[in-house]
Design a protein around this ligand. Structure first.
Ligand code: AMP
Length: 484
């Protein structure tokens, strides 16, 4: 177990942590602090609430305490960029709390208050400056601040920055920073746009990640195809003919099902291997080695067997069967989003699995877009439900699957071949926003929310705006204070 004393942090900082009541580092702190203490750049995937503020603040305070320097006028040694005034204020509070036993100054600047107040605070220079990008550029343009002395840069909640339209401000700020600096970059999600932004800020970064289960889902581009059980194999073969799929994991619910898929693919001339609980260790290793080497681009797996699979570069996940445990879905698709990568997940859904799909959407709070079947491809007999709206699905259950079975309206898993996984649990999350979609779920793609779009919840955010350095007005959503 890692302790705060293992990091080599200065005594006054350890004393402050004890006063805060922190007993041991959180996972993001345990991962980030050693790299940051070495002076390395860090690219972290972490959400608010994981303790990421301390993950960057503690090593920064340590470094400042070990190399005291006189403050320079209109200047700072550390710059923390954050998207909102609330977050900026909280970050500044954290620096002050963890640095309470050090003689360091922390100032926070954001739009919406008179700029002369910030100009006064910066006149004699500060150690740590926490800023929203717009106000920072305003101060620079008024020659009230220079970034020439910045030794450490933190970019926090990068994905929110982009959502709020700060991309141009960030691109400009990066040109004003000294090249010789340490940079720490954090985002809750890491789609391509964010990783490209990260590259412009970072030099040979260490990658760290703590991803709550539901967040993984946001990094993966997902789709669902409605198809009957009898047509799934044919559909898989059509999907796999796409040569842009270079490494694909196909999930089946049962061991028997996995073997059957492999046999059928073999007949179709597609090389694949199965990995599941009935395979011996040497057989598994052989299959994995071929998959890693790229000699076998299709690996068919059950959920349990897949847990041990840690293969980089899985471009696609195909859910041949949807899992009856929604968490398994997130773990499955997460195989294609390792180390911040993004990937594609395609799910085949028959009538009976629609209930599973709804539970998945409840858990992830995302609506899985429907992908039309390839042109001319028949879905096969889908029962009466195929042509009915999803709302009907929520009222009625698939024939033969009454609520009595598992208390959640799920088909009971009576297949003796099914590998045992975690027990289902009840989710009491909000109903998916797609309830009542017309067209039997075969909705046109443009009717779907963008990939990764969260369903609205809680208090409505308030619109705010700030004057940007280039004369434009920047608007953002004030989501209110974070929960502590
Ligand atoms: P953050 O994700 O940085 O907003 O932190 C979330 C909350 O966790 C804040 O209230 C912190 O004060 C608290 N916190 C951060 N690190 C620790 C720790 N190691 N032990 C206990 N609480 C912590």
């Amino acid at each position: 177990m890692t302790l705060f004393t293992d990091f080599g942090l200065a005594q006054p900082i350890l004393k402050a942590l004890a006063a805060e009541g922190y007993e041991k580092p959180t996972p993001i702190q345990a991962q980030t602090i050693p790299y940051a203490m070495e002076g390395r750049d860090v690219c972290g995937i972490a959400q608010t609430g994981t303790g990421k503020t301390a993950a960057f603040a503690l090593p920064i305070l340590h470094r400042l305490s070990q190399s005291p320097k006189p403050r320079q006028r209109k200047s700072a040694r550390v710059l923390v960029l954050s998207p909102t005034r609330e977050l900026s204020g909280q970050i500044a509070d954290s620096f002050r709390a963890y640095g309470r036993n050090l003689r360091l100054t922390t100032t926070v600047v954001f739009g919406g208050v008179t700029i002369s107040r910030h100009e006064k605070e910066l006149a004699n220079g500060v150690d740590v400056l926490v800023a929203t990008p717009g106000r920072l550029l305003d101060l620079i343009d008024r020659r009230s601040l220079s970034l020439r002395d910045i030794e450490i840069l933190v970019l926090d909640e990068a994905d929110q920055m982009l959502d709020l339209g700060f991309i141009h401000a960030l691109k400009r700020i990066v040109t004003l920073l000294p090249k010789d600096r340490q940079s720490l970059f954090f985002s809750a999600t890491m789609p391509k746009t964010i990783s490209t932004l990260a590259e412009s800020f970072l030099r040979n970064p260490a990658h760290v990640a703590v991803t709550p289960v539901a967040t993984t889902a946001e990094r993966v581009e997902q789709s669902v195809m409605f198809v009957s059980t009898g047509r799934k194999q044919a559909l898989l073969e059509v999907v796999l003919r796409d040569q842009s799929i270079d490494r694909v994991l196909v999930f089946t619910r049962t061991k028997h099902g996995a073997d059957k898929v492999v046999r059928s693919l073999d007949k179709a001339g597609i090389v694949s291997a199965a990995i599941h609980g009935n395979k011996s260790q040497p057989q598994r290793e052989k299959a994995l080695a071929a998959f890693r080497a790229g000699t076998c681009r299709v690996l068919v797996a059950t959920d349990i067997a897949a847990r041990g699979i840690d293969v980089e570069g899985v471009s696609h996940v195909v859910n041949y069967d949807l899992p009856n445990v929604p968490e398994s879905y997130v773990h499955r698709i997460g195989r294609t989003a390792r180390a911040g990568a993004t990937g594609l997940a395609i799910s085949f859904c028959n009538d009976e699995e629609r209930a599973y799909l709804r539970d998945i959407e409840k858990l992830t709070r995302l609506q899985v877009p429907v992908m039309p079947l390839p042109e001319g491809f028949s879905a096969g007999p889908m029962g009466g439900e195929a042509a009915e709206p999803r709302r009907e699905q929520q009222r009625g259950r698939p024939a033969g699957h009454s609520r009595g079975h598992q208390g959640h309206g799920q088909p009971r898993n009576t297949d003796p071949n099914a590998e045992r996984g975690p027990k289902r649990r009840r989710h009491r999350g909000p109903k998916p926003a797609n309830a009542g979609q017309p067209n039997g779920g075969q909705r046109p793609a443009q009717a779907q929310p963008a990939q990764g779009q969260r369903k609205p919840q809680g208090q409505p955010a308030q619109k705010r705006s700030e004057h940007r350095g280039d004369g434009a007005q920047v608007a953002w959503l004030d989501k209110g204070p974070r929960r502590r």
